[in-house]
Ligand binder design. Structure first.
Ligand code: DC
Length: 232
């Protein structure tokens, strides 16, 4: 296969399995994987820890002052890629429902998005990257050679998220996880700043009843095709 590097943009709703697809593809083709949701989660986590985000308010002025100084990085820890905030491994701490909600709230703020998008564009400037999120194919890399939009039924996604959270020992009930998925879908698709939408040229992958091996085959075929088209 030609070895020209491309950008792969994977977008979709929360808990639809984007990151599994993205990580596997990146590993298989030797690309860098960037989980942009983790960046918004790191901002949300920082906000909670520092009293900038509370249940009913966000101190926008303080967040605006701090955002440029936040160091968010990804490093390998064993076999996994972890998120680091100001040099501290926060991978497990950012995966809670509480931080997910804070991330969803900060991701509606224009200056937060601008800062994250700028950093993401820098990370992908040399190509050879698989990035997943909500606005990668529409805003961050509108010229990405391969765009994939992943979807699955809300109930299927809530069940997956519930299993993940309980496996990690979080005490949650399925109903509140489902309510949370529906609430985040609404916020992600209705916010003013780059709402989640499918790019016109994105390939649709509905994985409600698709097993992961099959998905990977489909995605790999799309990838090879995109690389071939980018060199011709
Ligand atoms: O994919 P995730 O659940 O880790 O994302 C956390 C939140 O961040 C989610 O509510 C939407 C937001 N997000 C975003 O607005 N844009 C992105 N590119 C990635 C995530």
């Amino acid at each position: 296969m030609p070895n020209k590097k491309i950008v792969v943009a994977i977008d979709g709703f929360s808990s639809c399995g984007k990151s599994t697809i993205a990580k596997r593809l990146a590993k298989e083709v030797g690309y860098i994987y960037v989980d942009t949701g983790a960046m918004y989660r790191a901002v949300g986590y920082f906000g909670i820890q520092n009293g900038i985000i509370t249940d009913n308010a966000i101190d926008g002025e303080r967040l605006r002052r701090e955002i440029g100084n936040l160091r968010i990085a990804f490093r390998n820890v064993g076999d996994e890629q972890h998120t680091f905030l100001n040099g501290v491994d926060v991978e497990h701490r950012i995966r809670t429902l509480e931080v997910g909600n804070a991330a969803s709230r900060v991701s509606t703020i224009d200056f937060v998005r601008q800062e994250m998008v700028r950093r993401q564009q820098e990370m992908g400037a040399a190509k050879g990257i698989v990035m997943d999120g909500r606005d990668i194919g529409t805003v961050v890399f509108p010229d990405a050679e391969l765009k994939i939009f992943v979807d699955a039924d809300a109930e299927v996604r809530a069940r997956r998220r519930y299993n993940e959270l309980t496996a990690r020992g979080e005490k949650v009930d399925y109903r509140s996880v489902l309510d949370n998925v529906v609430e985040r879908d609404y916020r992600d698709t209705h916010r003013k700043e780059s709402p989640l939408l499918r790019a016109q040229d994105a390939k649709l992958l509905d994985n409600s009843s698709f097993d992961i091996e099959l998905q990977q085959k489909v995605v790999m075929a799309w990838f090879e095709d995109a690389v071939r088209r980018s060199v011709s």
